[in-house]
Design a protein. Structure first.
Length: 201
């Protein structure tokens, strides 16, 4: 049985007077190239886009359409943390820093934050709850996952224009056979993560 994300966590908090509630998620923890992108999103309870789901379960066209709808109806902030920062402080720390920065970047500050994953980052302006598989449980996190994924994919397509030959516009920096072969042929480029195997050491 596939579970659709819903507004249960947000509504439960709001009934207790805790509002607004932001969802936070990232895209790009695993790739060998490019940034990790984090989004924070406060949905309008009266205008929640139809079809919100974990971004990985949606087609690219559906993600793009929802991306525009989310930005038009919600408060959102999107942060990109570079490969250089990932190499300097590690991917977990870079992701958590991006999450805190995205929440603080919201035009309206939330009273509570729902975060995809196992960690509540330091530096949040309010309490937060980490939800494993949160993008399949909370529509606010699902919305953030779509914003992060679409933004990162667009950045990688743009990066492919600057660093052709790697196929970045196809695999988005993940360690596919095509990507690994290109690294062997061309060497690494400035947006590669040198702390990730097989690039490190």
């Amino acid at each position: 049985m596939t579970h659709q994300p819903d507004y249960f966590f947000e509504a439960d908090l709001m009934v207790r007077g805790v509002a607004p509630v932001a969802g936070v998620d990232e895209a790009g923890r695993g790739p060998l190239a490019g940034p990790v992108v984090v989004a924070a999103c406060i949905l309008d309870p009266d205008h929640i886009p139809i079809g919100l789901n974990d971004s990985k379960k949606l087609t690219a066209a559906k993600r793009e359409a929802l991306y525009e709808h989310i930005l038009a109806t919600s408060h959102a902030a999107i942060v990109s943390v570079s490969a250089q920062t990932i190499d300097a402080i590690n991917i977990r720390a870079a992701t958590l820093r991006g999450m805190a920065d995205a929440v603080r970047g919201l035009a309206v500050q939330p009273a509570y934050v729902l975060i995809d994953g196992r960690d509540v980052p330091d530096g949040l302006p309010c309490p937060g709850l980490a939800l494993v598989k949160g993008d399949a449980r909370s529509v606010s996190i699902a919305a953030a996952s779509i914003l992060a994924k679409v933004t990162r994919d667009r950045l990688m397509v743009r990066a492919a224009e600057f660093w052709p030959g790697f196929g970045l516009e196809r695999h988005m920096g993940y360690g596919t056979v095509e990507h690994l072969e290109a690294i062997k042929m061309l060497g690494a480029c400035p947006i590669h993560r040198f702390s990730f195997a097989p690039l490190k050491g």
